[in-house]
Write a protein that binds this ligand. Structure first.
Ligand code: SF4
Ligand code: SF4
Length: 410
C-alpha cells in the first residue's frame, strides 16, 4: 500500500497517528458533499471494486463465536429490499464489480431472489457467505441461472456432527453438508471456510479428508474466532490455548503439504505459522529489516472494498462495524470512499512505526512484525491503531506457544 499523494490533510492524519491514540469515535453518517475535502491517496480507485453488504441481522443459528451477535454489527434493523435495490443502482453506476452478501444468514431473507436480481440487473457479480443450512433446490437453481455468482461460501467446522455442532448447534452439520451438495448439483462454485476452535482442533485431518477427498472441493480456507461478538463471553470454550494453537499450526502445515497446497488462510493458525516462522528466521539471521514490516500493517482491503451493515450504515470492513462512515442512499459512495477522513486514516495505518507503542518496547521481532489487522487489534486493545495482542508472537511464545518446524514450511 504505497503511492499516496502529499496532500496536507493526509499529512495531518499521519501526524495524528503518531500521537497517543485513543479509542476511535464513531463518525455519524453525514452528507459527505457538504464536508470539506479530505485527501485522496493517488493509487486509490475512484470507487471500490467490491462491496460487502450484510443484508440481514437475522440468523437461524447462534454459533458460540459469532462475530455478528453481541457486536455493533447487530443493529437489530434490516433494510427493506427496496433500499438495497436503490443502492445497487448506485454501485452499478460506480462500476463496482462484486457484491458479497452476508449477515446474519443471507438465505433467511424471503426476498433474497429480489435482492440478487438487483445485483444482476446492475451488471455486477455476487457471492454469498452462509451457514449452509437454508439452501434449497429452488434457490440454488435460481442462483445458477443468474450466471453471475462467483461463489457461495459455506462454513464447516467439523468432519462429523459432534465437532461442527458443538459451536453451531445440533443438526447444523447435516444441513450444511446437504447445502453444499445442493449447490454442487446446480454447478455453483462452493468455497468452504473452517473456523478452528477448541472442539475441532483434533478433527483437522478428518475435516480435510471430508472436504477434499469425499466432497471433492478444490480447496478450503481456515481461520480462527476473534475475540468479538459472542466469542467474548464464550472465549474459554472457543479460543485455542497456546498449546492448541501450536498443534493447529503444525497439523495444518502437514495437511497442506499432504494435499498439495489446497488449504489456505489469511488469518488463524495456518497464516500465523507462516508469519511467525518467517519472523523468527529473520531474527535468527539478524536481518536488519523485512520489506513492509516494522510498522502496523496496512489492510489492503481498504484500498479495494468497503462494507455496509444491515441497517445501511457504511463501515470500513465487516469486522470494524463500530466505525460509521455514512449511510447508503443518503451519502454518496464515491465521496465516502475517497474522502472520509477515518477511512483515509485507516489507509495510512501502515505508516505508524511499531516503535511508537509501549506494548512493543524491547521486542526482538519489532523489525519483522506488522502488528496484524486493525479489527483484530480493536478486539483486545479497543484501538484499531494499535498492534493486535491476539496476533503477537512475543506474547504467544511467553505463554508457552511453540513455532512449527521450519521443515514443514518448505
Ligand atoms: S456465525 Fe454466522 S451462522 Fe453462526 S450465528 Fe453468526 S451469523 Fe449465524
Ligand atoms: S511485541 Fe508483539 S506485536 Fe509488538 S513487535 Fe513484538 S511480536 Fe510484534
Amino acid at each position: 500500500m504505497v503511492g499516496f499523494d502529499c496532500d496536507p490533510e493526509i499529512k495531518e492524519v499521519s501526524r495524528m497517528q503518531n500521537r497517543k491514540q485513543t479509542k476511535p469515535r464513531p463518525i455519524p453518517g453525514r452528507n459527505m458533499s457538504q464536508k470539506r475535502k479530505a485527501a485522496v491517496p493517488m493509487r486509490l480507485m475512484r470507487t471500490p471494486k467490491q462491496v460487502d453488504v450484510n443484508i440481514t441481522n437475522e440468523c437461524n443459528l447462534r454459533c458460540k463465536y459469532c462475530y455478528h451477535f453481541g457486536s455493533e454489527d447487530d443493529t437489530g434493523r434490516d433494510l427493506p429490499a427496496g433500499e438495497w435495490l436503490f443502492f445497487f443502482e448506485e454501485l452499478g453506476r460506480c462500476g463496482v464489480m462484486e457484491v458479497v452478501m452476508a449477515g446474519g444468514e443471507p438465505f433467511i431473507r424471503e426476498d433474497l431472489k429480489e435482492i440478487i436480481q438487483g445485483v444482476v440487473r446492475n451488471r455486477m457479480r455476487f457471492s454469498l457467505l452462509s451457514n449452509g443450512t437454508l439452501i434449497t433446490e429452488d434457490v440454488a437453481a435460481f442462483i445458477h441461472a443468474t450466471g453471475r455468482c462467483n461463489q457461495v461460501q459455506v462454513s464447516i467446522d467439523g468432519s462429523m456432527p459432534v465437532t461442527h455442532d458443538s459451536m453451531r448447534g445440533r443438526g447444523s452439520f447435516k444441513k450444511a453438508i446437504e447445502g453444499i451438495r445442493t449447490l454442487q448439483r446446480h454447478g455453483i462454485n462452493v468455497e468452504v471456510r473452517v473456523t478452528i476452535h477448541r472442539k475441532n482442533v483434533l478433527d483437522l485431518e478428518g475435516i480435510a479428508r471430508l472436504l477434499l477427498d469425499e466432497i471433492g472441493l478444490a480447496e478450503f480456507s481456515t481461520n480462527s474466532a476473534g475475540h468479538m461478538g459472542l466469542c467474548r463471553k464464550n472465549a474459554e470454550m472457543v479460543q485455542l490455548t497456546p498449546a492448541e494453537r501450536s498443534l493447529a499450526m503444525e497439523t495444518l502445515l502437514q495437511l497442506n503439504e499432504k494435499y498439495g497446497g489446497r488449504i489456505s488462510a489469511s488469518a488463524g493458525p495456518l497464516a500465523e505459522a507462516r508469519m511467525f516462522r518467517g519472523m523468527e528466521d529473520a531474527r535468527r539471521n539478524g536481518l536488519t529489516e523485512l520489506n513492509g514490516r516494522g510498522c502496523l500493517t496496512g489492510c489492503s482491503g481498504m484500498m479495494s472494498k468497503i462494507a455496509v451493515r444491515a441497517d445501511g450504515v457504511m463501515v470500513p470492513c465487516t469486522q470494524l462495524p463500530m466505525i460509521e462512515l455514512g449511510r447508503i442512499n443518503r451519502d454518496s459512495l464515491e465521496e465516502v470512499w475517497r474522502r472520509h477522513p477515518e477511512l483515509n486514516r485507516l489507509r495510512r495505518r501502515c505508516e505508524i512505526p511499531l516503535g511508537n507503542f509501549a506494548f512493543c518496547a524491547g521486542c526482538e521481532y519489532i523489525r519483522y512484525c506488522t502488528g496484524s489487522c486493525p479489527a483484530l487489534a480493536f478486539t483486545l486493545s479497543g484501538d484499531p491503531y494499535h498492534p493486535a495482542p491476539d496476533a503477537c508472537l512475543r506474547k504467544f511464545l511467553a505463554e508457552g506457544g511453540r513455532l512449527p518446524d521450519r521443515a514443514l514450511l518448505c
